[in-house]
Each structure stands twice: as C-alpha cells, then as structure tokens.
Design a protein around this ligand. Structure first.
Ligand code: 13P
Ligand code: SF4
Length: 303
C-alpha cells in the first residue's frame, strides 16, 4: 500500500515540478519518498537553492515558513498545517519586542524553531548546526538567544560573550536527564553518546558529540565505534540506521517523541499534491525583515 501511494506521490511531484523535503524526524515512509532529508539548516539551504516551482515540506510549520521566506516565488506546501513546534510557540513577537526594549543594543539570535514574525524582529537566525559560529560572528559582547534556553546555555559554553536566555525549550529534549544517560551508559559501556544541543547542558556534558540531527549521521558514519546511545527525538533512529546499517543505535528515552513531527502521513502528502492545499506563505512585511535574519545566518555558515 505504501509503495503504491509513494509511486503516485513521485508521479505527481514530477508532473508539478515539485520536490519533497523531509526533516530527519519524519516517519520512515515519508523519508523514503523524499527527494532530500536533512536537518533544519540543510533544509533551508536546499529550499533556497532548488529550481523546483513547488516545495512540499514534510516537517513542522516553522520549517515551511522558512522555505517561504527564502523562496517567495515558489509554492510551499505543508501537508498538515496543524503540525507546529511547541518550542516555537514559547515566544511571541509581542513578548520578544518587550525583551528587546529591556536589552537595548543587544543583538537577538533566534533559533529557526520560531515563527516568521519572531524572526522578523531578530538580528540573525541560527540552527543547532551553527549556533556557536553565529554567536561568535557578531560584533557584540552580549547576545540574547531565543527561544531555547538549553541551546543558549550550550552555546554560552562555546563563546566568551554574555548570553541572555529566553525561558523556552523543546519539551521532548528537556526531559532527558543525566541520570537516564548514565544508566544507559552503564548498560552499554562500549557505546558513544550523541546528544542534541536542545538537551540540558548537564546531558550535553556527558556527550561524545553534541550536534544537529544530520551531524549525528555524519558522526556515526565517520566513527570507528559500532554502538551509539542517542539523545534526541525517537524518529532519528530510522535515518541513523539507514545510513549505518552495520551499527547499533539505542535511543536513550522512547519518551522523546514529538507528535507534531509524526502528523504527516503518505495520504496527507498525496492529498496535498492533488489539491495543492496547505500552502504556507509569509506576508511581505514580515518576510523581508525575516529574510535578512535568515540570510545573515546562511552567510555565516557559508563563510
Ligand atoms: P535539527 O535537525 O536542525 O538538528 O533540529 C532538530 C529539531 O528540533 C527540529 O525540530
Ligand atoms: Fe519543536 Fe522539539 Fe518537536 Fe523539534 S522535536 S518540532 S523542537 S517540539
């Protein structure tokens, strides 16, 4: 059944000059039909570069918005427009504006896991793959990092700058405790531990690598080790195992399960391509300032 829907999706993608981009946490059957799977940074860059007229974005709302910010001339479709990001919802433009006014002159570094309206108020964006490079690129002694307090504290350990925090987090990465990691390490003493930078700093301190989702794939591929403990959303097991079929990946907690990342089904993708429904379009008054923040980030990554 999956194979039949996947082939109908592929035919429609071709017919509509569309490509399907999927985040690494998406369900396996979605990743298998995607033209490209990646982390947030890679997906933004791919969205900006592609010649396709239509982007079907399998991820959450902020990712489709970022694609629309970068490619206003393209049609960006999100097969489930109700797939959001609880962390992105932890900062509103109004609350951010008030905080900016309390920290005059301090640049705002905003995680891509945020709304376009929040990005529009920001100096520069970052992802889990480039947060330290972005912060260190700024000609300022202090920065405000929004909305992930864990990413901010983990980045603060890699810079001399004073980092002001916003009190948000990913509710799934935040539940992983050092005790859970230590218990997993005791059960698998030979394993290396991969943590996502959205985890608590006390968890990141135990990691052999604290990297983005695609950074985890690269690290596991290049490593001599054959067993890995993984501290991130459970969907990451599939692309890790696919990239390294001879290695073993053990998710430290099965409770790190993001429902929003699992909303899109193959049927949703098919319907979205048939009807061209689920368009995400950022209005120009928000898109233009948000684009400045996203393009500054891409420039730091490219340099
Ligand atoms: P990355 O894939 O950029 O590491 O981000 C993880 C994430 O939380 C996406 O929601
Ligand atoms: Fe947001 Fe966390 Fe879900 Fe990623 S895993 S979409 S950061 S809630």
């Amino acid at each position: 059944m999956d194979v039949e829907i996947q082939s109908r999706i592929k035919a429609l993608l071709k017919q509509k000059n569309a490509i399907l981009l999927a985040h690494n946490y998406q369900p396996p059957e979605i990743q298998d039909v995607a033209d490209f799977c990646g982390d947030s940074l890679e997906l933004s860059i791919r969205a900006a570069e592609t010649q396709a007229e239509v982007l079907v974005f399998c991820g959450v709302h902020f990712m489709a918005e970022t694609a629309s910010i970068l490619s206003p001339q393209k049609t960006v479709l999100l097969p489930r427009t109700d797939a959001g990001c609880p962390m992105a919802d932890m900062v509103t433009p109004e609350a951010l504006q008030a905080r900016i006014e309390s920290l005059p002159g301090v640049p705002v570094v905003t995680y891509v896991n945020s709304s376009a309206a929040v990005k529009a108020l920001s100096t520069i964006c970052c992802t889990s793959a480039n947060a330290a490079a972005v912060v260190n690129s700024l000609d300022a002694d202090e920065v405000l990092m929004v909305p992930d307090r864990n990413l901010a504290r983990n980045t603060a350990a890699q810079t001399d700058k004073k980092v002001h925090l916003w009190d948000g987090c990913c509710p799934f990465h935040d539940i992983l405790t050092p005790e859970m990691v230590l218990a997993a390490k005791a059960a698998h003493p030979e394993a290396l531990f991969l943590a996502h930078p959205e985890c608590l700093p006390e968890v990141v301190a135990l990691a052999d690598a604290a990297v983005s989702t695609s950074g985890m794939i690269r690290f596991a591929r290049d490593s001599q080790a054959s067993t890995f403990l993984v501290g991130t959303e459970v969907g990451m097991h599939y692309p890790l195992q696919k990239a390294c079929p001879d290695k073993e990946f053990i998710m430290v907690s099965e409770r790190m399960h993001c429902d929003d990342m699992k909303k899109i089904s193959l049927e949703d993708v098919l319907r979205c391509l048939e009807t061209m429904g689920g368009e995400v379009k950022v209005p120009e008054d928000i898109r233009v300032p948000a684009l400045t923040a996203v393009e500054r980030m891409i420039a730091v990554t490219a340099s």
